[in-house]
Design a protein around this ligand. Structure first.
Ligand SMILES: C[S@@+](CC[C@H](N)C(=O)[O-])C[C@H]1O[C@@H](n2cnc3c(N)ncnc32)[C@H](O)[C@@H]1O
Length: 232
């Protein structure tokens, strides 16, 4: 199984994401100054939790994902909300955002999604293609980026946050289920990408982009990195 197939079939993260994405939604709305004028593009929206949490706070939110299952869930969830639009990304052309037409955004979010891309060239291409739909002064946030050097710290800090946030049992249950699920098998067959700071700085060096690594944690995994990008 590869990652696109995994996200099409597995439900293992569906419930837990409601907790983890809520943490992100609250923290990121402060850092990004999300308000009633914000127009957000959420790439890799999953079951639409960010849309749920930010809907009362923003002007509009456009959600896109390669998983037909998640796109269907989002379409059902928001079928009466004019503020939310949902698009299916083509699995073989997921860096193509031309379907957005004249839409323009104050914020573009990639939350817990870029690690499932095939390589860093696709990450760069996706960010640059998406950036064409930013309003002047708009920002792109790459959130929850794992770094291989912090694999154990990653796990440890996640459990610590879960303990502090009183969802330790659910977090342990999730890790246990992951170990014996198609997630573990898929990770063994298909790697997830790592994002160390230097590699990312080098990747965007020729674009003139301003990269800001956020020091405060935005997700339930404080060891993960969060990168704010502004293009000239
Ligand atoms: C861990 S979930 C995160 C969902 C959501 N961002 C959240 O945090 O609540 C990863 C999501 O990325 C999507 N995804 C994986 N590869 C993608 C790609 N190349 N383009 C867009 N979405 C992708 C999956 O279908 C899945 O919905």
């Amino acid at each position: 199984m590869n990652w696109p197939e995994f996200w099409e079939q597995s439900r293992i993260f569906d419930t837990f994401m409601s907790t983890s994405t809520k943490v992100f939604a609250n923290r990121a709305s402060i850092v990004l100054q999300i308000d009633a004028n914000s127009i957000v593009l959420d790439i890799g929206c999953g079951p639409g939790y960010l849309e749920e949490y930010w809907l009362p706070r923003v002007k509009k939110i456009v959600a896109a994902d390669t998983s037909r299952r998640y796109v269907q869930i989002c379409r059902q969830k928001f079928n009466t909300d004019e503020q939310v639009k949902v698009f299916a990304l083509a699995k073989d052309r997921f860096t193509d955002f031309t379907f957005l037409g004249e839409e323009r955004f104050t914020h573009i979010i990639f939350l817990s999604v870029l690690q499932y891309y095939p390589d860093l060239d696709h990450v760069k291409q996706s960010v640059l293609q998406a950036s064409r739909y930013l309003l002047p002064g708009g920002k792109i946030l790459l959130a929850d980026l794992p770094d291989k050097s912090t694999l154990f710290a990653d796990m440890g800090s996640f459990l610590l946050t879960a303990w502090r946030g009183r969802f330790l049992i659910r977090a342990l249950g999730l890790l246990w289920r992951c170990r014996f699920s198609s997630y573990h098998q898929t990770r063994q067959n298909t790697r997830v990408l790592d994002f160390d700071r230097q590699t990312m700085d080098d990747l965007f060096a020729d674009t003139g982009a301003c990269l800001t690594w956020l020091e405060e944690p935005l997700t339930t995994n404080p060891a993960r990195q969060n990168l704010l990008i502004q293009l000239p």
